[in-house]
Design a protein around this ligand. Structure first.
Ligand SMILES: *Cc1c(COP(=O)(O)O)cnc(C)c1O
Length: 218
């Protein structure tokens, strides 16, 4: 897929492109960097930290993978946005490490919207319980900027669309209940190479696209 065409397509709705560069070498990242791309997504902390060290410092690194608490410290100094916060324990650790780094780290709450068992994420009652809980009120070094989700891997377009709609409704519910006075709560991270057009139609503000830009992964 042509990068410029993709950019134009996404610009129609102000949807931000996160170029998912996991497993891809720095040279391929730099090709997109030279074209103006600054947001890159990775799903392994060590790989992201290595790329951060080697590449230009104005790249915004998005962490999109399942996060183990013992890895948070390796990215707390530089990560731009963590898309995949799926339990309170992880948020607590991000808060702790962000404080040590003198930062406030942007986070998205990942929701389980797909039918597949294996996909991580909150459901709405769990997220509400966390947001209303006492512990959360003390997390001053994280900023919840929105929600993230992955649709079921299927050819059934209606199903994928319904799952994106469900995530959008979760976003609206949370914004109204907890973030109505917080303009930074504005992101809906949904859509990948196979379903980003549907996601865009359903109000995605960030699409995470890998193989369409970089070619298939091994
Ligand atoms: C790998 C990955 C993507 C990108 O997938 P493509 O199908 O290659 O676009 C998006 N989101 C997450 C969470 C991923 O792990």
């Amino acid at each position: 897929m042509n990068f410029k065409e993709l950019q134009q397509q996404l610009a129609q709705t102000n949807t931000r492109l996160i170029a998912v560069s996991k497993t891809k070498p720095n040279e391929q990242i730099m090709e997109l960097y030279e074209l103006g791309q600054r947001d890159f997504g990775e799903n392994r902390v060590q790989e992201m930290a290595d790329k951060y060290e080697a590449l230009p410092k104005d790249i915004r690194w998005h962490f999109i993978g399942h996060l183990q608490t013992n890895k948070v410290k390796y990215m707390a100094d530089f990560v731009h946005l963590v898309h995949s916060v799926d339990r309170q324990k992880v948020l607590k650790e991000i808060n702790k490490r962000a404080k040590q780094s003198g930062r406030v780290i942007g986070c998205l709450l990942q929701f389980h919207i797909a039918e597949e068992e294996s996909k991580f994420g909150f459901d709405l009652p769990e997220a509400k319980a966390m947001l209303e809980g006492a512990a959360f009120q003390n997390f001053e070094h994280v900023r919840i900027c929105g929600v993230m989700g992955m649709a079921t891997f299927t050819d059934d377009q209606d199903k994928v669309r319904r799952e994106f709609q469900a995530l959008h409704r979760i976003f609206d519910t949370l914004r109204e209940a907890y973030f109505s006075d917080q303009p930074h709560f504005k992101e809906i991270s949904m859509g990948m190479s196979g379903d980003y057009l549907l996601a865009q139609e359903e109000g995605s503000t960030m699409v995470r696209i890998g193989s369409l830009l970089f070619g298939p992964r091994n």
